[in-house]
Design a protein around this ligand. Sequence first.
Ligand code: PRP
Length: 207
Amino acid sequence: MSGPIKIALPKGRLGESVYAMFEAAGYGCPDAAEDSRKLFFESADARVRYFWAKPADTAVYVERGAADIGIAGKDILLEHSPDVYELLDLGVGRCRMAAAAKKNFEDYGTGPLRVATKYANIAREYYGGRGREIDIIKLGGSIELAPIVGLSDVIVDIVETGRTLIENGMEPIQVITDISARLIANKVSYRFRHAEITQLCERLTAV
Ligand code: PRP
């Protein structure tokens, strides 16, 4: 394997702060700061090539080898279990996966609990582990709306500052797991570009 190391970055604020880490580690690109719609850019010495992908999609690029390495949230890794190596916890994008409900909600256990979420597998595993039967209602976003309008009893979703819950009269019931951004690698790339990827990890760890 040769050519630049291909890196899938999550588009948005998290990706920008992660890119700043790569830059500080010595993997900067001259055209990265340009305000453009271009979805990829390469370092001057052609050592690395970055792509901007949807945050939920970076692991797909890495798993299938379109990118050698990438950044994915632990939420995505838990939900989709892509066949990749998880190399580093980058310590950014910290938040929690939590079950939450309207204030004073009580689960009387009569019938399946209606759970609205983007994270059906995480929710299934969590409630399965507690022996609670559930009815998953899969939504694409604004999950907090579901209990308010009576679509669900509870939600399983990301909580960062907690503001969305508070402003909508909700509260966390239980934190399921801590989340942060992870550096992941394609399994074949990791084997054949081991020295380059290891060096990159070491430099990132140092910053
Ligand atoms: C996420 C998450 C919550 C919110 C939590 O939504 O799904 O809705 O952020 O943040 P907070 O605890 O700081 O209020 P996002 O903004 O990604 O959009 P989405 O609702 O479309 O998923």
